[in-house]
Design a protein around this ligand. Sequence first.
Ligand code: ZN
Length: 396
Amino acid sequence: MVLAVGFGGAWLARDPAPAAPGAVATAAAAVDAEGGLRRRLVLASLGDLLPALRANGIAPDDAAAIEAAARPGLPATGELRAAMVLTNGDGPVRLLRLEVSNPDSSGIVLTRGAGGAYALSKVAAQLSTRVVVRRGRLDGKSFYSSAVAVGITDSLIPGFARALAFDFDFQREIGPGDAFEAAFEQRVNADGEPVGPPDLLYAALTTSAKSVAVYRFAPPGEAADWFDSSGRSIIRALMRTPVDGARVSSGFGMREHPVLGFQKLHRGTDFAAPTGTPIFAAGSGVIEFAAPKGANGNFVRLRHDNGWETLYLHMNAFAPGLAAGQRVVQGQAIGEVGTTGRSTGPHLHYEVHIDGAPVDPQSIVTEQGKTLSGPALVAFEATRDRIDVARAMQAK
Ligand SMILES: [Zn+2]
């Protein structure tokens, strides 16, 4: 049944990546106000400038002089936009003006003076920030395709899922027709084109059972976190699903052991996911053990600040540099799903121990996070209101 797949198993499955944008120069010519011929070009890098000048009919010596004059104001690598204004008449082609800009709209303007020398002036970056709101409903295929279809950038999707992972069991509580909304901040250049990756500010999900909305906010002196509209942190002691894109393949309790064949207490939850899927620290804490260990395979034991422990078995690999004694924060990747040790296929076997004894990870009621107060609450409310204004202005 389609609904039985996990949020990342299929809901987060990606469509094939679009082809990389071509960096081939495109030329369109128009006669400008002063009678010059204006051509626009896209340069894969600064190295393409000289050939582009030559291709537009500028003499070799002149092209080299223009390139030498422009070079100090531009980066050696990275795509550039250029516009050149050329003489439009008989005789040798001359450059009257050259504008070259970076994606953030910074760049140079080169003009030809009366004596034939080129004068360079620099243009500062012109970036502004825009809050973009996108809404949609889950289709029958995947959250990824539903989100991308309404303009949510794919890089935002794992963060969206993680922000709501405390409130929803993405395997059992999400399905086609459920409504989602995301607000994110995007820097744009002078032409309104996105520059750099967007930052998720707001995530909301409405199912037939409940509706949850969370706002990202960094309390003074602290890292950014997610809060509900009243300023209460949504972070619980432990995440419900410490792996991206998983379905529960075996729950806690007595069962026939798949390898050993007799009745045995299954001490945790198995999450089936492809090899290489990231595994997250379910809560902040200190790594007690991170090494291969017999039937456990590659194994991490994490001790949390409240004394609880979480255990992660059969990992394919540990996160680079992970070692006992190291502190990790909730949601930090500690390794990836595998099938090392006594295991029948790629999965995460996950245990939660309270006072040294295993408990059902899916049944524990974990404590509520902190609530903002004082100046932090005032600052949060300003952030929340800014997001809500953008949401109201971009309402359907
Ligand atoms: Zn297991």
